[in-house]
Design a protein around this ligand. Structure first.
Ligand SMILES: [Fe+2]
Length: 397
C-alpha cells in the first residue's frame, strides 16, 4: 500500500467516525426534544401538584442522566421551599435562602456548580435526607407568568460522574419554564377548589346550625356517602362529587320554618308536607350555583336522596336506576345517620342495629348494590370507634 493510499483510507475512516458521532448526537437531541414535548403534554393535563411532582422528577432525571432531580415549591406563608421525595413521605423543607437552591431562588437566576464541596453556599444537611452524596448541582428558578420565583428545579450529580454539560443546561432551562407554568396553574386551581369547598362547607354548617338536634348530620352523611362510593370503586372525581352532594343534600330545609324543624311532637300532615318539600328546594337553590361541568349534576343528586329503589319515595317517585347513583348512595348514608343520631321522635339505635335496618331495606328502600357496598364499608370502617377518627380527620382537613 502506497503512502497516498494510506492517507486516503485514514481520511475515509475519520470522516465516517464523524458521521457516526454526528448521527448519535442528533439522535440524542431528538430524544431530548421528544422528552421535552412529553413532559409538556403531561404537565398540561395534570392539575394536582402531588401527581405532578413525581412525573417531572422521573422524566427530567432520566433525560439528562442525573442521579436525582427535585422540584422545590415556595410556600409564601412559611417562607420555605418544600418538595416531596415520594407520595408517602413527609415533605422535605428548607429555608428559602439556604443552600444552592436557596441562592437560585432568592437571586431568581440559574446556577451550575460542578463541585459543591468548593462552594460555601452548599448545604450538606439535605444529603442524609436524600440518601446520596452530592457532587454537582444544576438549579433553575421556576417562575410564574410575572417572572416572580415560585420554586426551584434542581438536578443532582450526573450518573456518568461528569459535570452537567451545555445540553443538560439547555434541557433544564426549557423544562423549568414549562414546570413554572404548570405549577402556577395547579396552584391557582387548588386555591379555587379550596375556596369552592369552604363555601360548600359553610352552606352545610348553616343548615345543620338551623336544626341543632341534627348537628353534624350533613358532614356525617357526606363522609358515609364517600365511604360507600369508594367501596363501589367509583372514580375519585365521582366520589368527590357525591361527597359534596352529601354535604348539601338537606340545604332546602332552609325553607322549612324553624318551629316545624324543631317540633318535639309528631308533625301534622300539613307540616310533614312542608318538610317533604325540602328536596325540591335543595334542587332549586343549588341550581343557582355555577358548578363545573363534571360537578353539574350535584343539584339533582342532592335533591333525590328521598327517592326509593321501589319507587315509593319523593319528590318524583322515581325508581331503581332512574335515580342517580349518587342519590341512591346518599339515601343509605342519610338513613343510617338518622337512625344512629338523637331525634325528637326517637332514641338512637346502635350502629349494629342501624346496619341491620339498612340490610332489611335492601331492594325495597335501597339499591341492593349500594347496601352491599355499605355493609363492606361498615365492616371496614364504621364501627363506633373508627368512625370518630374518620370524622375527626375529616374536620381537620
Ligand atoms: Fe333530607
Amino acid at each position: 500500500m502506497s503512502r497516498g493510499q494510506d492517507k486516503e483510507s485514514f481520511a475515509i475512516t475519520d470522516s465516517s467516525k464523524n458521521l457516526d458521532e454526528q448521527f448519535r448526537e442528533l439522535q440524542e437531541e431528538v430524544h431530548r426534544y421528544r422528552k421535552l414535548l412529553e413532559i409538556n403534554a403531561s404537565l398540561q393535563s395534570q392539575m394536582d401538584i402531588d401527581q405532578l411532582l413525581p412525573l417531572i422528577i422521573t422524566s427530567s432525571s432520566e433525560t439528562i442522566g442525573a442521579e436525582k432531580c427535585l422540584v422545590f415549591i415556595y410556600d409564601a406563608d412559611k417562607g420555605v421551599l418544600w418538595t416531596k421525595l415520594d407520595e408517602r413521605s413527609r415533605p422535605l423543607v428548607v429555608p428559602r435562602n439556604r443552600g444552592i437552591i436557596g441562592w437560585a431562588f432568592t437571586h431568581n437566576e440559574p446556577i451550575v456548580v460542578p463541585d459543591v464541596h468548593n462552594d460555601e453556599r452548599f448545604d450538606s444537611t439535605v444529603d442524609s435526607k436524600l440518601g446520596l452524596r452530592t457532587k454537582s448541582i444544576a438549579a433553575f428558578p421556576l417562575t410564574n407568568r410575572k417572572g416572580e420565583p415560585i420554586g426551584v428545579l434542581e438536578a443532582i450529580n450526573k450518573l456518568n460522574g461528569e459535570s452537567f454539560d451545555l445540553k443538560d443546561i439547555q434541557f433544564l432551562a426549557a423544562v423549568s419554564v414549562q414546570i413554572g407554568i404548570a405549577i402556577e396553574n395547579a396552584m391557582l386551581y387548588t386555591e379555587l377548589l379550596r375556596t369552592f369547598e369552604s363555601f360548600i362547607d359553610v352552606m352545610a354548617f348553616t343548615i345543620d346550625a338551623k336544626h341543632p338536634v341534627s348537628r353534624g348530620h350533613s358532614r356525617r352523611v357526606a363522609i358515609y356517602s364517600r365511604g360507600i362510593a369508594k367501596e363501589m370503586g367509583l372514580p375519585p372525581k365521582t366520589v368527590e362529587k357525591i361527597y359534596l352532594a352529601g354535604l348539601l343534600h338537606d340545604y332546602g330545609k332552609i325553607s322549612v320554618p324553624d318551629e316545624i324543624l324543631r317540633k318535639a311532637g309528631k308533625l301534622t300532615e300539613d307540616e310533614y308536607e312542608q318538610v317533604k318539600r325540602h328536596p325540591l328546594m335543595t334542587y332549586r337553590i343549588l341550581s343557582r350555583i355555577h358548578f363545573s361541568r363534571d360537578m353539574r349534576d350535584i343539584p339533582l343528586i342532592a335533591a333525590e336522596h328521598h327517592e326509593r329503589w321501589d319507587g315509593k319515595g319523593y319528590p318524583f317517585g322515581k325508581k331503581d336506576d332512574q335515580i342517580p347513583l349518587g342519590a341512591r348512595i346518599i339515601a343509605v348514608a342519610d338513613v343510617f345517620d338518622a337512625l344512629t343520631s338523637f331525634r325528637e321522635y326517637h332514641t338512637p339505635l346502635t350502629f349494629a342495629e342501624a346496619k341491620q335496618e339498612i340490610i332489611a331495606q335492601r331492594g325495597k328502600m335501597f339499591d341492593p348494590r349500594v347496601v352491599d357496598a355499605f355493609v363492606r364499608y361498615y365492616d371496614k370502617e364504621l364501627d363506633p370507634y373508627k368512625i370518630r377518627q374518620t370524622i375527626w380527620r375529616s374536620q381537620g382537613k
